[in-house]
Design a protein around this ligand. Sequence first.
Ligand code: COA
Length: 323
Amino acid sequence: MLRSIVLGIGSYLPERVVTNDDMARMVDTSDEWIRERTGITRRHFAAEGEATSDLAVAASLRAIEAAGIDRNSIDLVLVATSTPDNTFPATATAVQRKLGLPVGIAFDLQAVCAGFAYAISVADALLVTGRARRALVIGAETFSRILDFEDRGTCVLFGDGAGAVVLAAAEQPGHVGDRGVLATALGADGRQYDHLYVDGGVSSTQTTGVLRMNGREVFRHAVQRLSEAAIEVVAKAGLRLADIDYLVPHQANRRIIEAVGKRLDIAPDQVIVTVDRHANTSAASIPLALDVAVKDGRIGEGDLLVLNAMGGGFTWGAALLRW
Ligand code: COA
């Protein structure tokens, strides 16, 4: 049967590093508070004029190189983002143009911090049904553009970045030992719309708006939804949580990640954490974390991974993937 297997991964963080001390010069906060409550030590902010598509392109070039493929074989570009270059066209078409990719399918997907989990699921559906052969699946964000730098409760939590994978349809034997995406699980609950949102938009205010959040409610739901999504996706494949080699969760807050690891009874050294070095980069956070763990040799071929995320909406999702 056809499975969507990862041929290569790449990521990119903008050059400008903003430390917690730098944030403390903007708002009434401290390095100690931010570290203790979130585990974050620094974030990267895009340069003036550096757009989400530029970050996406930089990550994609690395993913394509790692995959060792001819970029002309890419027939699907999917960008998960809540911070597109423009209202339209899709940032995916900007990426397509900047990379000189051939005519194919290209669109953006907006599920906020759950965007990469959603994008993997959608790309997988297109690949295993033969609608596309090779996909560039990207999470890319410039959240620094939608932060209120007078709100210490939110502006210290987010950063900019991008991560990308080349996902390709490949024949596999058709059992749980296969490489590739083995299962995905997605969900959303619009009743929670007001807990995490941007207070502007095209059809509401005709402004871009800034991020607003009820941190405590988000924290509570995040632990629950991230855990449930992981349990659901593993069960869908007829496997157990004990079969997983690594959990690669959305990188929002170290305390959320630790609580999820505990709830799922996954050992801390099997949970990938990179939030300390880039803060919450929304849809980019999973491929950023995944790239680090692949490059440092923790994740290798044959490893069974669960990627799980939750974001505004609320939206959540998970993918079970054999590397
Ligand atoms: N620096 C210093 N103090 C801060 C602060 C900051 N950056 N941000 C908030 N505070 C203050 C608050 O004003 C409050 O002070 P008060 O008690 O005098 O009113 C105090 O810290 C406690 O605030 P509270 O919101 O209860 O803290 P918390 O322990 O819940 O931690 C978050 C706040 C935001 C770190 C936490 O709620 C969280 O991580 N939520 C999830 C956020 C997230 O991950 N969102 C994205 C998901 S995709």
